[in-house]
Design a binder for this molecule. Structure first.
Ligand code: GDG
Length: 487
């Protein structure tokens, strides 16, 4: 069923004393369909929208040969509206697999060598964003606040402004903000600086991301940094701030503590094991992690000691060549590692290329002596936070964390490693496995403080408060008036 206009939800909200005058509209590529979705970010946004009412807009998983001009209701509608935008197969290939994941993703993760240039990709990206902007304008009221998530929708504010929307629009980038030098790998049509200047608030994961974004505004637009921390570009004012994302700490601790989800663990894993959990993505540094584990096995002094590595790596974006390549590379490495090190009664590496239940995952984290999180580049990395939250405070395991993950900016008491340095990672593994209880506890407590400080509920509250207080374009302060007339 199609909708052309959504009702306003003037309910009490939980992020401030002042009530929002309009409704909240969240835009993300994926939209949850279950009545109560699980998973940190999705759950936090669901809870936010439940308390404020509003609309969550995302892509329809089914393709249409001719996508509708209107948004369609999808999944549960009881607390807020969930609306989907339709795509054709060509849209999916060019917008999602193409421009978003074969151009923007590699550029933001410092893999310019993996960029696939194609005019079709650029056109698809612009087409889907423009169509979506029109669909949003059809359901938005002038005083609504729009919160756009991630690199799929960089130009959405520009497209909405072009259609006359003057309300507040915020953007949050979940992945690393690219360095100035890497922006050169984008096609000319992708002008990140101009696109982002049309938002009121640009939220990024870390302080380093903010520094890179400011550098881009200065260098590409000659924008000025003002005393209040905002960027001034002509009449526009853009706030650029870091909002480090986290997990739903209470829920995750409770899941990891539950005894009802105790898992039958294979014999190899009943002793010491090390865990890695990542979507199978080239940015996550999995081949080097396997190499470092192999190096640890070779160099360990006590050959009687037989720790295993449990790597869970569910498939993702398999329509992109670079993802198929990393899968083959990993399978080859896994085979070699086990071939060279396994014994009749011991398999050193357990590699699972499928999705595992969240409850089971929490338990697997809790029982693992070491959490290995070694991406080459990562916006934040929630696995690092989940691993810490799942630990037994009286006997915690140790987090080995790449310096290149956003999480490392604050979780400085993890064992920080360079994901390109196999030797260093193998030494860190040895140090983690031998670490005395007191040191493990002290490091865990420090990391846990950071995990709690960035709880995802607080994250969305902080972001929305900042968006509410922001205002970009001074001439938009009279926003709403002409839109109301044309409505
Ligand atoms: C992007 C940014 C940023 C993984 N395998 C399974 C499973 N997972 C869950 C993990 C975790 C989530 O997926 C992965 O989150 P990450 O943060 O590690 O990474 P991305 O997917 O790349 O997310 C990242 C994040 O956005 C949020 O802003 O931190 O930097 O790249 O929650 O537990 N969950 C289940 N089974 C699996 O097999 N149930």
């Amino acid at each position: 069923m199609m909708v052309s206009h959504a009702p306003s939800f003037p309910r009490e909200n939980k992020w401030g004393n002042e009530q929002m005058s309009g409704k909240l509209i969240v835009v993300s590529n994926r939209i949850p369909t279950a009545a109560t979705p699980s998973g940190g970010l999705v759950f936090a946004l669901h809870e936010t929208l439940r308390s404020t009412g509003g609309i969550w807009i995302g892509s329809d998983p089914e393709f249409r040969s001719t996508p509708s001009d209107e948004l369609k209701k999808i999944g549960d509608q009881s607390d807020y509206q969930r609306l989907a935008f339709e795509m054709s197969e060509e849209d999916y290939k060019t917008f999602y697999l193409g421009f978003a994941n074969s151009v923007l993703w590699p550029v933001c993760h410092r893999r310019g060598d993996l960029v696939q240039m194609s005019r079709r990709f650029e056109e698809g990206y612009r087409r889907v964003n423009k169509r979506l902007a029109q669909q949003i304008v059809n359901v938005a009221d002038p005083e609504d606040m729009i919160w756009v998530h991630d690199y799929h929708f960089f130009p959405l504010a520009s497209d909405l402004r072009e259609l006359g929307f003057k309300g507040k629009i915020g953007f949050f980038l979940h992945i690393p903000f690219p360095a100035l030098g890497d922006l050169g790998a984008l096609p000319e049509s992708a002008n990140l600086a101009r696109w982002l200047a049309d938002y009121d608030l640009v939220g990024l994961q870390t302080r380093s991301d903010v520094a890179r974004c400011l550098e881009m505004f200065r260098s590409e637009l000659g924008a000025e940094l003002m005393n209040d921390g905002k960027i001034k570009y002509g009449e526009q004012r853009v706030s650029v701030r870091s909002f480090p994302i986290g997990i739903d700490v209470e829920a995750f601790v409770a899941t990891a503590n539950q005894t009802s989800n105790d898992v039958e663990i294979a014999k190899d894993l009943s002793g010491e094991y090390v865990i890695g959990v990542d979507r199978l993505d080239y940015s996550k540094g999995l081949p080097n992690r396997f190499r470092a584990f192999g190096r640890y096995l070779e160099t360990r002094k006590d050959k009687e000691r037989r720790p295993s590595l449990l790597q869970i790596a569910p498939p993702t974006r398999e329509g992109v060549t670079a993802y198929r390549d990393i899968r083959f590379e990993l399978e080859e490495l896994a085979g070699r590692l086990n071939g060279e090190n396994a014994e009749l009664d011991w398999t050193p590496l357990r590699y699972i290329h499928r999705n595992i239940d969240r409850d089971v995952l929490a338990k697997l984290y809790r029982n693992a002596r070491v959490g290995l999180v070694t991406p080459f580049a990562d916006g934040m990395n929630l696995v690092a936070k989940e691993y810490i939250a799942a630990q037994d405070p009286e006997d915690p395991g140790v987090l080995v964390l790449s310096r290149m993950a956003g999480a490392a900016e604050d979780m400085t008491e993890a064992l920080l490693v360079n994901p390109y340095d196999i030797e260093e990672m193998s030494e860190a593994l040895a140090q983690a496995l031998d670490m005395p209880l007191e040191e493990r506890k002290a490091r865990y407590q420090d990391c846990m403080k950071r995990v709690k400080a960035t709880d995802v509920g607080r994250w969305s509250e902080n972001y929305l408060n900042a968006l509410k207080d922001s205002r970009t374009n001074l001439s938009w302060n009279s926003f709403g008036d002409d839109q109301k007339e044309s409505d």
